[in-house]
Write a protein that binds this ligand. Structure first.
Ligand SMILES: CC(C)(COP(=O)(O)OP(=O)(O)OC[C@H]1O[C@@H](n2cnc3c(N)ncnc32)[C@H](O)[C@@H]1OP(=O)(O)O)[C@@H](O)C(=O)NCCC(=O)NCCS
Length: 154
């Protein structure tokens, strides 16, 4: 039986989401971005900023018992903020979160999904059928714009 489950996040989840993201950025993304950029990304995911984003995005958490194993969000037709606990990566949690969000986006009437991938996650999204559109150069962390047609989902 799958011991992980995904549910919509509540404001009371804000602290565990912020903690998970900051930990994951420092552990997993640090090899692809400078320490200054990593610090800026962590600031973007302070508790205050996570709670602010929750007001405009549909945010979901993947729980491993009471522990926050991962998170993902949707704003319009854009997937945001996918992070999986470094100790639980490569166990299909990221893939389950993306599939969950794709289905949620479909119920919201979206037929295509965009995302700005970290350098770190491009091969992961390519495995899930996302196509690279362009490099997005930014001083606070360059990303790759990617896209998937949801109408092709099974
Ligand atoms: C990217 C991330 C979410 C992937 O989560 P994960 O739970 O480890 O990924 P999964 O186990 O679901 O992997 C799904 C597939 O992608 C592959 N994959 C995962 N990470 C990969 C990587 N870095 N390079 C190549 N393939 C990768 C897996 O092997 C698996 O392939 P399979 O279906 O053929 O077995 C996770 O590494 C992470 O949190 N990274 C740091 C944060 C980040 O960069 N997020 C993206 C922000 S846009």
């Amino acid at each position: 039986m799958n011991k992980h489950y995904i549910r919509p996040a509540a404001p009371s989840d804000g602290q565990m989401i912020s903690t998970l993201i900051i930990h994951t950025v420092c552990e997993t993304n640090a090899s692809d971005y400078s320490p200054k950029v990593i610090e800026q990304i962590c600031t973007n995911f302070s508790l205050e900023n996570v709670l602010r984003k929750m007001q405009i995005r549909d945010v979901f958490v993947c729980l491993d018992e009471d522990h926050c194993a991962g998170t993902i969000s949707l704003e319009g037709n854009k997937l945001h903020s996918l992070f999986v606990d470094p100790n639980l990566q490569r166990q299909n949690i990221g893939k389950q979160l993306v599939i969950y969000l794709e289905n949620h986006a479909l119920t919201r009437g979206q037929t295509e999904l965009y995302l700005s991938s970290s350098i770190t996650a491009v091969p992961f999204y390519e495995r899930l059928g996302y196509l690279l559109i362009k490099f997005e150069e930014r001083r606070n962390g360059s990303t790759y714009l990617m896209k998937k047609q949801l109408s092709n989902l099974a």
